[in-house]
Design a protein around this ligand. Structure first.
Ligand SMILES: [Zn+2]
Length: 357
């Protein structure tokens, strides 16, 4: 375990994406459409991305991302890196592809952006990769995929070595922390989501998710790994805290140090889910609700941390936003506004560290 996770309570970490200027957004989509070359888009993004890094550092974050400005969305990195996918359905600002032939890798997923981040950041760095289970669920299509992969689970087995190799690359590049994006997990505890997806066996879903994460991380403990669990929050109005224990049972079985959870919603009763949070894991406490646009006051964030501390001790709590601020090229707020929110989170961290450090 590195000092990033254990030495100081209430360290502040980026979750991933930041809002981007329109010209950066246009550049990324133009590259995808072939209107600008990879080398030209890299040249221009290499000038823009240091601004995203500096902003997080000025806001006081202990561990920063590159704002994910080079990606169309969090899943997009796999689309660019492998052969075997074709665009089918609309997803966010890109198309959600289906797997139609055996996967074959053509390039690393995020190595270039990670190398650039490590070189330009003064603070510690965190880089995200999508989870194999989420890729399997989102890219396996009953209409297009069964000829090559009978089931999503079979497809996931070919995704695992790709994600595993990428995490090895990130470790070699000197990235300080790695995040695996896994929105499916939290959504699974929502009965309405399971009904909509036709999921009848929750235990089986959880087991296959845990197995995929553990296969990716087998014998890999060089850097702290976070799993980002988002998509459905226990502090959402109407969320029932009694549904959440299967999730925590699953997290306990994962060979991961830290789980980031979305907890910044208005239903404070939702903090009761933390009664079941695994006792040897770090809680990445989501304190900025990325679905809304307003700048929190530091004392609101302190109050949330104190609600969490009823169940998880300070030395196992870090602070983060609930999710990325722009999980696609569609911004949810301005960069200036996010700067204000991250600064409020850092101010709250200092208050908490003075009281509990
Ligand atoms: Zn998220």
């Amino acid at each position: 375990m590195t000092d990033l996770d254990r030495a100081t309570p209430f360290q502040t970490l980026a979750v991933g994406s930041l809002p981007r200027d329109q010209c950066v957004s246009d550049l990324v989509t133009d590259r995808r459409l072939g209107r600008v070359s990879d080398s030209e888009s890299n040249r221009l993004l290499d000038r823009a991305v240091p601004g995203a890094i500096r902003m997080q550092e000025r806001a006081g974050l202990d561990c920063v991302s590159d704002g994910e400005w080079r990606r169309i969305n969090y899943l997009d990195v796999i689309v660019e890196a492998v052969y075997g996918l074709i665009p089918t359905r609309e997803f966010s600002t890109s198309t959600l592809p289906a797997v139609v032939s055996r996967l074959k890798q053509r390039s690393p997923l995020v190595a270039h952006s990670a190398e650039f981040l490590v070189k330009h950041a003064e603070q510690k760095t965190i880089v995200s990769v999508p989870s194999p289970h989420t890729i399997g669920k989102d890219f396996w299509s009953a209409d297009h995929s069964p000829e090559v992969y009978d089931t999503p689970e079979e497809y996931v087995q070919d995704v695992i070595p790709i994600i595993r190799a990428e995490i090895r690359r990130l470790v070699d590049l000197g990235v300080d922390a790695i995040q695996i994006d896994e929105p499916w997990l939290a959504s699974l505890v929502n009965p309405a989501f399971r009904t909509a997806e036709g999921i009848l066996d929750l235990d089986r879903e959880m087991e296959s998710n845990v197995a995929a994460i553990n296969a990716v991380l087998k014998d890999m403990d060089a850097v702290p790994i976070s799993v980002h669990v988002c998509g459905y929050s226990p502090t959402t109005p109407g969320s029932d805290f009694r549904n959440w224990s299967p999730l925590f049972d699953a997290l306990e079985l994962m060979n991961v140090e830290r789980f980031t959870l979305a907890l910044a919603g208005p239903n404070l009763d939702g903090f009761r889910v933390l009664e079941d949070f695994p006792q040897d894991k770090i809680l990445g406490l989501g304190v900025l609700d990325t679905a809304v646009s307003r700048i929190e006051r530091p004392n609101e964030i302190v109050d949330m941390a104190q609600s969490a501390m009823k169940y998880v001790p300070p030395e196992r709590i870090t602070l983060n936003s609930d999710c990325g601020f722009a999980p696609s090229t569609r911004n949810r707020g301005s960069l200036d506004q996010v700067y204000g929110r991250l600064s409020a989170m850092s101010d709250a961290a200092r208050v908490l560290q003075e009281s509990h450090g």
